[in-house]
Design a protein around this ligand. Structure first.
Ligand code: ZN
Length: 243
């Protein structure tokens, strides 16, 4: 005959066993569900050639596997001449496009159109991270100077140091003595600020003005939605009101 202690002990053991079994069941169920989701997301390709093309397109920035598949199937439906033109354009661009010898912008010849343009102010140089930044500033039609493309920013986390950037060529341009102002137009983040500081120190011995692009509240944005750092910088770097 079971004592009260034995009864309670057995009840507790059964309770613990039940919890344990439920946990194991839930863990295995979760694992199975995750596996099913993974298998559902995995695309089964009917052709190795299609899979290879999708994998190559997927390497492009911002292109997921499904988008890559859509591109690949679109190419399959396209005219063969159009596909050949696309392939040739990619190959020609990759092999023939060159860097401007002055500013590192991309160009078809040795010197870009901006550096060749005699109407541009060569004493005013805007330092940017990438070619896409040159295009963005050019689209504003507000800048009449020339550029210097660094090819990146200092980022120790990503293993990019000053030696990996085109900073020496910028210093050489300044050392020639024809530049009056350098505008540092880099991203307002830790890497951009670090790069600005490094360049500023490198150019400290030269008699030029070093400025940065204004940082503040975006046009059309409400003040209450601006973050504290941006709003604080807008107050500190306020400008005189004019019409
Ligand atoms: Zn150039």
């Amino acid at each position: 005959m079971l004592s009260i202690y034995d009864f309670v002990f057995h009840q507790k053991s059964f309770y613990n066993f039940a919890i344990c079994t439920t946990n194991i069941y839930l863990v295995s169920l979760t694992g199975t569900l995750l596996l099913i989701i993974c298998l559902m997301n995995e695309i089964k390709y009917p052709s190795v050639l299609l899979e290879n093309l999708v994998n190559e397109l997927h390497r492009l920035p911002g292109v997921g596997k499904k988008t890559a598949l859509r591109y690949a199937l679109h190419l399959l439906k396209s005219d063969e001449t159009d596909v050949a033109n696309l392939g040739n354009s990619i190959l020609k661009f990759r092999s023939e496009v060159s860097k401007c010898m002055v500013c590192n912008n991309i160009c078809d010849n040795h010197i870009c159109e901006i550096c060749c343009n005699h109407k541009r102010d060569k004493q005013l140089v805007c330092v940017v991270e990438n070619v896409s930044d040159v295009m963005a500033i050019e689209n504003t039609a507000q800048f009449n100077g020339v550029y210097h493309v660094l090819g990146g920013v200092i980022s120790p986390i990503n293993g990019i140091g000053p030696a990996d950037l085109d900073i020496p060529s910028l210093v050489s341009r300044v050392a020639e003595g024809n530049i009056k102002e350098i505008i540092l137009a880099l991203s307002p983040d830790m890497e951009g600020d670090t790069t600005c500081l490094y360049i500023y120190k490198k150019l400290a011995d030269y008699n030029i003005e070093v400025s940065t692009i204004a940082r503040g509240v975006s046009v059309g944005n409400s003040l209450e939605y601006a973050d504290e750092i941006t709003l604080g910088r807008s107050i500190v770097n306020r400008i005189k009101y004019s019409i």
